[in-house]
Design a protein around this ligand. Sequence first.
Ligand code: FES
Ligand code: FES
Length: 270
Amino acid sequence: MSSSRRDFFKKLLGTGVVVAGLPPACAPNIDPAPVLDVPMPGTDGIVALVVQRYPDLSREGGALTLRFPRESGQENLLVVHPTADTYAVLSATCTHVGCPMGFDGQEAVCPCHLSKFDITTGKVTQEPATVPLKTYVCTYNAGTQVLSINILAGDAAFPAVDNDGKVTLTFAQFPDLQNAGGMVSGTPNGYGKRIYVFKLEDGTYSAVDSVCTHQGCEVGFDAGLDELLCPCHASIFSKTGVVEPGGAATVNLKTFTVTADATGVVVGIA
Ligand code: FES
Ligand code: FES
């Protein structure tokens, strides 16, 4: 990408420049949620919190940021407690330019430029952010006061990771994968993060992770660029996961093995 194209996207995303119409750069009453360091869960992907141990979370209107070991690649999670026995879990990183999120008792709020997000759907309710926050499945047991968060849950309509660590995408279900330039994206249950699968113009396939290697935001496919663009700090990656030079990220996206036959494509996740 030329520097002028990158500059354009930086301006669009508000990195390094003043974007007209943005609110002031700090909010007086919203702070990022307090941080709790947690280990990575086992193969079931369940993080279990005894809520009463954490006063910042147990009070109504409270919230915590769960921080996982850096080497795990797992993004931080914002856990919020709006009312009584109700909890919700979202990505803790704002999709505007990557600030850590806070909670105002009703919505997830970014202290940097006051973007707001619905805590149930992750949808933007107040710009400048335009990309939703990822949401996570959680259940609360009022008897044991245990909140269980499944970080490996996926889309119900997308194939899950099977016992061999593979995701099978049939052409019958995903006909776009038969066409050069075609793309399929979804979150496999058992992996918990979005993947992108491309049929490239030369007829080969690639499959890449959506976790940006800069600070873990979820990259999106930009049809205009025909590349993957990170909404947080404008890093750009090719459809084979190779990072464009000059951006915030310097490491390629994680890639997966792909095999194809007459019936579909198999992506090796494990
Ligand atoms: S980083 Fe700007 S609103 Fe969140
Ligand atoms: S998280 Fe910073 S560029 Fe993606």
